[in-house]
Design a protein around this ligand. Structure first.
Ligand code: ATP
Ligand code: MG
Length: 386
């Protein structure tokens, strides 16, 4: 019978919490496969999916490859774990390359033949049925794997496909992704979700300085991330009044810095209102003036109760772009758009802002009421995977 064998990795490290991680992973797998018909079995160290509709196989595999916490999968033939049944199936295998190797693994040590001896025996069977084919132990073109598990089944397969890795979504808690329409922040959201952080998102727009299309773009980026995170609650806040106030009252080189500090304060409030435990940004050290060490000190400094996660901090743009392409956000991110940060963009943004100057500039603003007013403009959209 055909079966999909699923492997998970790091969960092994989790000691007594392993049970919680596993149950989250299983729930996430089942959510992802909602609407598919299949049977699920948990056996020691592996999960098995069987009894699915053949024509849905590719789609099921595609969905499983988006589940954080799964490390690899194999499309297998599942047989009873007896020498006779395994040999019977192996004798039907047609090797399509000129050489091969058989690898036997026994998670079930009660299986009466040693892995080496059994691999030799199976190799001989394959040779007999594939005239002209040779055994190649070091660099085989085809590897026939026989994995004998504790559920008294054996799984026979030739390929191991990589999945996302990471930790089950939700196992690290929940956070708020600051999502712009650029390349970086969707990648930051993906990477942090991969470490188990469930995300909501916050977008600031500057309508009418920024267009409806700029907002639609963010909606479609959030929607893309739903391939991995299933659902995103997107908070949209109008930043127009804040920006106008800064533009009128503060020195232009501090414009972006003060904007960022206000964004962070609003983000912290949204976190508090929604039970979110961290702020996530797409900042990368030194990428632009607002992402220097000094800039991050003064922008991060206003957040008092939460950590700020910057998964891209040490990445080059090239590396970030490669991930954006992999996860399918790149094409949307490069569509032309105006970000709220490009409105009133100063010619010479400060590279090494100081706390004292930030506080002085903010003294010209009515901070509390600006933040309060901005929060009043909040619009919430819940995006889901199709
Ligand atoms: P991105 O590609 O994510 O826009 P960027 O390289 O353009 O990043 P900045 O524009 O300096 O960098 O933004 C740094 C981070 O600040 C972004 O990654 C994002 O997390 C946050 N941010 C910027 N603009 C917005 C916005 N309009 N709404 C929400 N968050 C934003
Ligand atoms: Mg940007």
């Amino acid at each position: 019978m055909k079966a999909i064998l699923l492997r998970f990795g790091e969960l092994y490290l989790k000691g007594n919490n392993r049970y919680i991680f596993e149950s989250m992973l299983i729930t996430n797998i089942k959510n992802k496969l909602e609407g598919e018909s299949y049977k699920f079995e948990k056996t020691f160290g592996r999960y098995v999916i069987r009894d699915y509709e053949n024509e849905r196989e590719a789609e099921i595999v595609k969905k499983l490859k988006c589940v954080f916490g799964l490390y690899s999968i194999s499309l297998t033939e599942e047989v009873e774990a007896s020498a006779q049944e395994i040999e019977k199936y192996v004798s039907t295998i047609k090797v399509k390359t000129s050489n091969f190797k058989v690898v036997v693994k026994r998670a079930d040590k009660a299986f009466p033949i040693s892995s080496m001896d059994f691999a030799k025996k199976l190799g001989a069977i394959v040779l007999e049925n594939n005239k002209g084919c040779e055994v190649e132990l070091y660099n085989p073109e085809t590897t026939i794997n026989v994995d004998i598990r504790l559920n008294k089944k054996a799984y026979i397969f030739d390929a191991i496909e990589k999945c996302q890795g990471g930790l089950p979504l939700g196992s690290a808690g929940k956070g708020l992704l600051l999502l712009s329409g650029g390349i970086d922040s969707p990648v930051a959201g993906y990477l942090i979700a991969k470490r188990g952080l469930k995300i909501e998102a916050l977008h600031f727009n500057s309508y009418p300085y920024t267009s409806e299309e700029a907002k639609d773009k963010v909606l479609s980026l959030a929607k893309k991330l739903c391939d991995y995170v299933d659902e995103i609650k997107l908070h949209i806040i109008s930043f127009t009044k804040v920006q106008e106030a800064i533009h009128v009252n503060c020195r232009s080189e501090y414009m972006i810095t003060i904007m960022r500090r206000i964004m962070m304060r609003i983000a912290e409030k949204i976190c508090q209102q929604n039970g979110l435990g961290a702020i996530v940004t797409g900042e990368s050290l030194g990428q632009v003036a607002s992402q220097t060490m000094q800039s991050m000190t003064v922008t991060g400094g206003v957040v008092k109760t939460l950590p700020i996660f910057r998964p891209l901090l040490a990445m080059d743009k090239e590396e970030i772009m490669a991930i954006a392409k992999d996860i399918g956000t790149y094409q949307t991110s490069i569509l032309p758009y105006e970000d709220c940060c490009t409105v009133f963009l100063p010619k010479n943004p400060v590279i090494k802002p100081t706390i004292e100057r930030c506080e002085k500039e903010e003294g010209f603003l009515n901070l509390d009421s600006l933040i309060e007013e901005a929060l009043q403009t909040e619009e919430v959209v819940v995006l889901k995977k199709d």
